[in-house]
Design a binder for this molecule. Structure first.
Ligand SMILES: [Zn+2]
Ligand SMILES: [Zn+2]
Ligand SMILES: [Zn+2]
Length: 760
């Protein structure tokens, strides 16, 4: 018999996910000797034995990998055989990058779900059941390295039965750090709306009964509190909106199983696997016209955010109520999610009628993640629970740097070696209560990555929180990077693309290098160089933030620019009957005298304006509402588009939108339905984008087009642009790991700073 040996190194999400026991089982089954061990950021496997057994191991390895593991890089090399007897799991080497050893939280696995509903199992109906394949991870970590003593499970000493499982390499709970059972683990209990104890031996049943009676129940979940409400009860959902001060922004809904999800939205096979995946994100999917959900859940949007229960507690609650539940972050609008029991009772008093609590501390605040599906893969919208702190793997190693993120949907990002660690979604830093969350989380990452950032990169905007914070970031050098360039760099970082390309960043707001508000940008990319090469033609934006809240103002400015002041005024009277004539005249006057007016090339504002012109959203109650409503009504297919022209202006390619505007206004005044105008608008903007990108690609000799920016969350626009580019034999590159919106720009900032430092 010929004895051979190989060493396999696996990188990615490979620790705390049952990887070593899996290797142990597989090696033993194949009759191989050797060992497996965790090293910083990877798992190293040494196996030796008969050559046929080795190839059997390698063949089975790929197909039997644990569901929560994600191998991003696998290397195999020949090794010298050592003659060790049998196969062992070696103790971890605990040096180097420590944060990389913490996996993200993992949704309940099928085996644990089976035990939960098995009356003969000792974990029958135990709401904290978990194993090496599932359970809390990042959200319970207090310090590092990752083991039970340094998690919020430290206060629950394991009983003899649990300890036996924990120590047995053949057990599914071998080294499952949060391992627990009814005898030794965390417990649920209930408090009323004032925080007073409620006597019950069935906390889930008590919570379920309250929900079925129309109450709002605060539930302590994995990454913090959630507010749960019967999603079929319109009155209860409205009460939640009033109390949470959240007028119209859609709520995510949790369903018992995939079959019940299908009663509310349309799901393709790929959607189903996203919902069932260990990350269990909220998926934005097309809503059915006839659905059990109350109308106030998504307030006129044709999509709904749906998810499946991802902890045993959620499963049990959903089984008991047997109807979909709104599951929204436990906070008042604009505040971070509450995590502590006392904190929740004080902050959510007046919002929640009942509290379903437990005694396992939530250490890391983490909201539910949100994704869309594009093609067969996910397209992230908000990256938190289930994703963080798994890194984005970069093309090569860099010195330590940090990207501090933007102002809205903030995340920050540390680059260490070839890994980029994004924080969980922090939130909108315009809100002071979010600042503490940012600083706490920043310090956590800094400490546990052992990072010594040589550079920090912030946005060009002088008034952002992160721009001021940069001085305190603890870095040697500071870089300021233009917002939309950061979007483009983030896509370059995650795709690993290097070469010539055209970048398109369509977005709401970003401070431009010329002091204007950018947001409809084209870039020439060459390796790590990103240069502005074109944009949507500028138009005057009246009143800055007021225009964002009241899209009719932007529309009026575009009407004036296209039709002249007099005609704009009469068009406004027709199109915005709810807006007083005096307000219209005041805005026109401000535009005339250029008072508080800033030029902008923002694609997001163009969407706002067309949404207002169609009568869909004259005033906006949350960020992105006007464009979302406009996308929502778009008909599947409509004949005709509007004209547009490309022009050269001072070395920049510009898209002139005036013909497009004239067309939408004529259609709106001609009483064409919004669904027709919306479709034509989307098709026209997509055609203009593709034409501009193609022209720039041709002159640069590029074949790739990078798409980023919040406007590309609009999949109606995105899919048209993708197919248009492909028709022109151009290869589009889109986000798959971080959001196209501002949740992703910290990666771009970090990547830029890393390249600058590495380049000298
Ligand atoms: Zn499990
Ligand atoms: Zn136990
Ligand atoms: Zn942006």
């Amino acid at each position: 018999m010929r004895i051979a040996a190989i060493e396999i190194t696996a990188r990615g999400v490979v620790q705390g996910v049952g990887f070593r026991p899996f290797v142990h089982r597989l090696a033993s089954r194949c009759g191989l000797a050797g060992w497996v061990e965790n090293t910083p950021g990877s798992v190293v496997i040494h196996i030796e034995g008969d050559a046929a057994a080795l190839s059997r191991f390698r063949a089975l390895f790929g197909s039997e990998i644990p569901p929560a593991a994600r191998v991003t890089r696998l290397s195999v090399r020949k090794a010298a055989s050592t003659g060790v007897p049998g196969f062992t799991i070696r103790a971890s080497r605990r040096d180097g990058i420590a944060l990389s050893t913490i996996p993200p939280d993992i949704a309940t696995c099928p085996e644990c779900a089976g035990e939960l509903s098995d009356p003969s199992d000792r974990r029958h109906r135990y709401p904290f059941t978990n194993c090496t394949n599932c359970g809390p991870r990042f959200t319970i970590v207090t310090s590092l390295p990752y083991d039970r003593e340094r998690t919020s499970m430290a206060s629950f000493p394991m009983c003899a039965a649990c300890r036996k499982e924990y120590g047995d390499p053949d057990d599914r709970r071998f080294h499952a750090e949060p391992n627990a059972c009814p005898a030794c683990g965390p417990r649920l209990y209930v408090r009323d709306g004032d925080g007073a104890p409620v006597e019950t031996d069935d906390p889930i049943g008590t919570a379920a009964a309250a929900i079925l009676g129309g109450a709002i129940v605060a539930v302590r979940g994995l990454g913090g509190f959630q507010l749960a409400v019967d999603a079929t009860n319109d009155g209860a959902v409205r009460a939640l909106r009033t109390r949470k001060r959240r007028e119209e922004k859609p709520f995510a809904v949790m369903f018992r199983d995939v079959a019940s999800v299908r009663s509310a939205v349309y799901l393709a096979a790929a959607d189903e696997s996203i919902l069932r995946s260990p990350r269990a994100p909220v998926l934005l999917a097309p809503a059915r016209a006839r659905s059990p959900l109350a109308p106030s859940v998504s307030s006129g949007l044709p999509t709904a955010g749906v998810l499946l229960p991802y902890t045993p507690m959620h499963r049990m609650l959903l089984d008991r109520v047997d109807r979909p539940l709104v599951m929204t972050s436990g906070n008042a609008t604009d505040e971070p999610i509450a995590i502590g029991n006392d904190e929740a009772i004080s902050r959510l008093r007046g919002i929640a009628d009942l509290f379903l609590l437990h005694d396992r501390e939530v250490v890391q605040r983490s909201d539910d993640s949100v994704v869309r599906r594009v093609g067969r893969g996910i397209y992230p919208v908000r990256r938190a629970r289930g994703f963080v702190p798994a890194p984005v793997t970069l093309l090569r190693s860099f010195p330590d740097v940090v990207g501090l993120g933007g102002e809205l949907k903030n995340t920050f990002c540390f680059v260490k070696g070839d890994a980029a660690y994004l924080s969980q979604h922090i939130g909108d830093l315009e809100q002071a209560p979010v600042h503490d969350f940012y600083e706490e989380t920043y310090r956590f990452f800094l400490r546990f990555l052992g990072a010594r950032p040589r550079a920090a990169c912030h946005d060009l905007h002088p008034a952002y929180f992160t721009t001021a914070f940069a001085e305190r970031a603890g870095a040697d050098r500071l870089f300021a990077l233009q917002h939309h360039k950061a979007h483009i760099y983030s896509a370059l970082a995650e795709t690993g693309f290097s070469g010539k390309a055209v970048g398109v960043a369509f977005d709401g707001t970003g401070y431009g290098e010329d002091g204007a508000i950018w947001g409809g940008e084209f870039f020439a990319i060459d390796g790590i160089e990103v240069r502005r090469a074109g944009h949507l033609a500028y138009f005057p934006l009246p009143g800055g933030d007021a225009a964002v809240r009241e899209p009719w103002r932007t529309a009026l400015s575009l009407l004036r620019a296209t039709l002249g002041a007099a005609e704009a005024e009469s068009a406004a009277r027709e199109l915005f009957p709810g807006i007083p004539g005096t307000s219209v005249r005041r805005v026109l006057e401000a535009l005339e005298k250029k008072i508080n007016v800033i030029p902008t090339s923002s694609a997001g504002r163009l969407f706002d304006a067309v949404s207002a012109i169609c009568g869909l959203c004259v005033r906006s109650s949350y960020e992105g509402q006007a464009p979302m409503l406009l996308e929502g009504v778009a008909a599947r297919a409509v004949a005709g588009t509007y004209p547009f022209t490309l022009a050269e202006e001072g070395g920049q390619l510009t898209i002139d939108w005036s013909e497009l505007l004239r067309g939408t206004v004529a259609d709106a005044r001609g009483r064409l339905p919004a669904k027709v105008i919306s479709r034509r608008f989307h098709d026209t903007l997509a055609a203009a984008t593709v034409a501009a990108a193609a022209r720039l690609a041709e002159s640069a000799g590029a074949r790739h087009v990078v798409l980023s920016g919040g406007v590309f969350q609009n999949v109606t626009l995105l899919s048209r642009v993708l197919s248009g580019l492909r028709k022109r034999k151009l290869t589009p590159l889109i986000h798959r790991q971080v959001p196209a919106n501002d949740g992703g720009i910290s990666l771009g900032q970090a990547y830029y700073a890393a390249a600058q430092v590495a380049g000298g």
